[in-house]
Design a protein around this ligand. Structure first.
Ligand code: NAG
Ligand code: NAG
Length: 442
């Protein structure tokens, strides 16, 4: 080849390269602007395809939950346990408290007058993220009484159009609170307030009844949900909906919840008749023993149960009798589910043999840090000390808890409270959102 030929050859390559660049860009442009809005088919278009990636990026732009006004907050570092980033989070929290930057009931009432705007402004995800999730709807029974922002942020974290959400608002909550909850639910077809509301008295039957009211409503819905999870207002998910679906599928019809042999002290809770007024008090009247052939167990109020379990408790006379018997016991939420889950014949239950004891740490329903179990793990403590603060001996998580918390297998953790620690909740929101869109860690 002559010098000239070589030159021409070079020009030709450059020319080809330019055409390629133009084609690639226009292709990307076409994909980007012809599939609007981003739909499930686009997301599912092969996990790594360009179309799927663009769709995910686009959607993430719309629903990204990232601390904007406080860009010094680095959740990626906090989730890795970086001490400087955690210290910074504390300062930011103090500033939020000082400026009282919380969403009020009135603000929610205002925002929800335009539902489309509300869903966009609050960044709800309004499409299923996979066919697998679409085909596996989950029912939620959410029992709440105050703190509208905490509730709405929890709902936003777990909201997907294929699931169904029943909200039980305490009858004694303020009119404003009830109205704001009602307004939020009115912006979604699959979120509703329970048809019967209880006045929830601490440690009384009313707490169980609240869940039962929701369960009954949820069974009537057209959505064929597969599992039911219950939450209170201070819970937050540790897993994405996709991860929860995978866990529920692997349970294969079994329930998961804390369920252990009761201590002597806890047995007093059903040995005596308790009176309920605006509080609960023990009497000296002894109760009949429980009307079940299997032993009693104790656990907590949080359960992950199959649809068959829920249906069974409303249909089975044996269970109805047990429920009637339990109505005057102390804190029945902490023994009714646990006992049913070890009763032969109950769908998803486990045998009452001691081989099936499940502590709260071994079950999947809820991660709770109790103050008296915290300490040095190498010296026998259950978990590292709470870095937030305690309410009724339960840790309200702080930023320093997160790196440990996100490694736990539980589907949800309790307690989170934006009024105590907003940045901790912000980081959990960013963590869950990122993982929801990209199925990967921050
Ligand atoms: C947060 O820290 C990571 C390093 O862990 C860094 O890559 C990232 O850019 C930081 N983000 C912000 C918003 O500062
Ligand atoms: C609600 O909206 C009204 C009218 O638009 C406005 O005057 C009021 O300040 C708003 N309240 C809150 C708390 O945002």
């Amino acid at each position: 080849m002559s010098r000239c030929d070589i030159r021409r050859h070079r020009y030709f390559s450059l020319y080809k390269f330019l055409i390629l660049v133009v084609l690639t860009f226009s292709g990307t442009f076409l994909i980007k602007y012809t599939h609007n809005p981003c739909k499930l088919e686009n997301i599912e278009d092969g996990t790594n395809s360009a179309r799927s990636q663009i769709c995910r990026d686009e959607l993430y732009d719309l629903v990204r939950l990232e601390p904007e006004e406080h860009s010094e907050l680095n959740c990626s570092k906090i989730l890795k346990g970086d001490p400087d980033a955690i210290k910074k989070a504390l300062e930011i929290n103090a500033a939020i408290k000082k400026d009282n930057l919380y969403l009020t009931e009135q603000m929610y009432l205002n925002l929800t007058t335009d539902c489309k705007h509300f869903r966009e402004f609050r960044k709800y995800i309004t499409i299923p993220m996979s066919k697998e999730e679409e085909d596996f709807p989950i029912a939620y029974s959410m029992v709440i009484h105050e703190n509208i922002e905490a509730f709405e942020r929890l709902l936003r974290a777990i909201y997907f159009p294929q699931n169904i959400y029943c909200i039980h608002v305490d009858e004694k909550s303020s009119a404003q609170f009830k109205e704001a909850v009602k307004a939020i639910t009115s912006c979604f077809d699959n979120v509703f307030v329970a048809s019967k509301l209880e006045q929830v008295i601490y440690a009384s039957w009313s707490r169980v009844q609240a869940d039962l009211n929701c369960m009954e409503d949820l069974l009537k819905s057209n959505i064929q949900w597969k599992y039911l999870l219950n939450t209170c207002g201070s819970d937050f998910p540790l897993k994405t909906n996709a991860e929860i679906v995978r866990v529920l599928k692997s349970l294969n019809g079994k329930n998961t919840m804390e369920s252990e042999r009761p201590s002597q002290l806890k047995q007093r809770r059903w040995k005596y008749h308790y009176e309920v007024s605006d509080h609960i008090s023990q009497t000296n009247t002894e109760k009949m023993p429980p009307p079940i052939a299997s032993p009693m167990f104790t656990g907590n109020a949080y359960i992950v149960v199959s649809r068959d379990f829920v249906r069974y408790i409303f249909e089975e006379p044996q269970v109805q009798k047990f429920i009637d018997w339990a109505k005057d016991t102390y804190s029945p939420d902490e023994h009714i589910w646990a006992s049913l889950n070890r009763m032969p014949g109950v769908p998803g239950s486990s045998p009452y043999s001691e081989k099936y004891e499940q502590s709260d740490m071994n079950s999947m329903a809820r991660m709770v840090k109790w103050s008296y179990q915290e300490g040095d793990i190498t010296k026998g403590a259950a978990y590292p000390p709470c870095t937030g603060l305690h309410r009724r001996a339960v840790c309200i998580y702080g930023a320093g808890d997160l790196s440990w918390l996100i490694k736990q297998h539980h589907l949800f953790a309790n307690k989170f409270d934006p009024k105590v620690d907003d940045t901790t909740m912000q980081c959990m929101e960013e963590y869950i959102r990122y993982k929801t869109l990209y199925r990967d860690h921050l």
